[in-house]
Write a protein that binds this ligand. Structure first.
Ligand SMILES: Cc1ncc(COP(=O)(O)O)c(C=O)c1O
Length: 379
């Protein structure tokens, strides 16, 4: 983090400015390094409160958080789950782990989130749930999604892996679905290195998550070592929860840093021809987990890949956007219905790039990145 004056700017690093070291040392010194320590419960309660829900169930990563949420919600073999085509593979894999089939819906071109207008045509008698994903920190249109879900009697399971603290009409990500999942991977706005959490307001679902996450040991009965169901070991260690608690204590500050960075990028890049940034739709608070841009070669004068190489040579790390789920061989082999109408996702995947996005980036670093992008334009 410090002394980076002439070093490459990484695409994302964790920001660890609070009590992380103190709490981890405490966990080490007291010997509570498994999942049985006090930080797990404290982190669960603090993060659930941050999201505005009553229950948090800490797990070892965001992918299994999604699987646990789906399992607790009763999603299983023979079911279909509506997912955005434009998302990280984990959203779909979690559905497959549950034995269900992910059914893809194209992105809408403004926010890059799932297009609610295309959800209904994908619903069948097997559809059990809709999984909105708040892409790069921009919340989905939750009113429309709930309206569709309500009309068809479907569950909503948010994949909020990228959207800690994001808001839609004043409510926070993680509080919209019946049972929802976060990732705390090292590049996330709140991190434990590796980690995840299921959050919900439903006490019964929370209890099921606790049961399944710990090998289906009975929750409030003596250990007989008799298991009535197939469970998972998805427990989070106290060492990681210690980091998580310290992160939640600083969550508002980290969120403000991310939002400020997003604003600086937008202020500079909107002036560059052929570059589009992710907007913030009315009624939404985008927390800019990643600062994505779309490169329009006809106006910018270079392709996305040419810009990425140019930035790499200038010591600025970037990443290409996700490739659509409909183009994933693993999902095709699994038997997911493919179809060909995913034009928005395909454009995003071909032309999208995300720029350095660590919370602690300086304005100078962001401005120099924007200057390089602007100077490379050949409109
Ligand atoms: C949308 C989305 N869902 C799920 C995950 C999975 O989280 P993890 O990497 O913690 O397993 C990620 C990770 O970046 C993600 O971006």
């Amino acid at each position: 983090m410090a002394g980076r004056e002439h070093k490459p700017i990484p695409v994302c690093e964790p920001t660890l400015l609070g009590n992380e070291k103190t709490y981890v040392l405490d966990a080490l010194e007291t010997g509570w390094i498994s999942s049985a320590g006090k930080y797990v419960t404290q982190f669960e309660q603090a993060f659930a409160a941050y999201c505005g829900v009553s229950h948090g169930i800490a797990v070892c990563n965001g992918t299994v958080a999604l699987h646990l949420a789906l399992t607790a919600a009763g999603v299983g073999k023979g079911d279909e789950v509506i997912v955005p085509d434009f998302t990280m593979i984990s959203s779909a894999f979690a559905v497959c782990y549950a034995g269900a089939v992910p059914v893809f819906v194209d992105a809408e071109p403004y926010t890059w989130n799932i297009d609610p207008a295309e959800i209904e045509e994908k619903i069948t008698s097997r559809t059990k749930a809709i999984m909105p994903v708040h892409i790069y920190g921009h919340p989905c249109d939750m009113d429309e999604i709930h309206e569709i879900a309500g009309r068809h009697g479907l569950l909503v399971v948010e994949d909020a892996a990228e959207a800690h603290g994001a808001e839609y009409k004043g409510k926070r990500a993680g509080s919209f679905g019946h049972v929802n999942a976060f990732s705390f991977f090292a590049n996330k706005n709140i991190t434990t290195g590796e980690g995840g959490m299921v959050v919900t307001d439903d006490a019964e679902l929370a209890e099921k998550c606790r049961y399944y996450k710990n090998l289906c040991f009975p929750l409030d009965a003596p250990r007989t070592y008799i298991h009535d169901n197939i469970g998972f070991n998805y427990r989070m260690s106290n060492l990681l929860a210690a980091i998580g608690l310290a992160q939640v204590e600083k969550a508002d500050a980290y969120r403000s840093m991310r939002i400020r960075n997003g604003q600086i990028y937008r202020d500079h890049l909107t002036k560059v021809p052929g570059i589009t940034t992710q907007p913030q739709k009315n009624g939404c608070l985008n927390v800019y987990w990643m600062n994505g841009i779309i490169v329009h070669p006809d106006h910018y004068g270079h392709t996305r890949d040419e810009l990425a190489s140019h930035l790499r040579e200038s010591g600025i790390d970037t990443r290409n956007f996700f490739v659509g789920l409909h183009r994933q061989p693993a999902l095709e082999k699994y038997g997911c219905p493919s179809g060909s109408n995913f034009h928005v996702t395909d454009t995003l995947a071909r032309q999208g790039l995300y720029l350095p996005s660590s919370s602690h980036l300086t304005a100078k670093e962001i401005e120099s990145t924007c200057d390089k992008i602007a100077a490379f334009a050949r409109p």
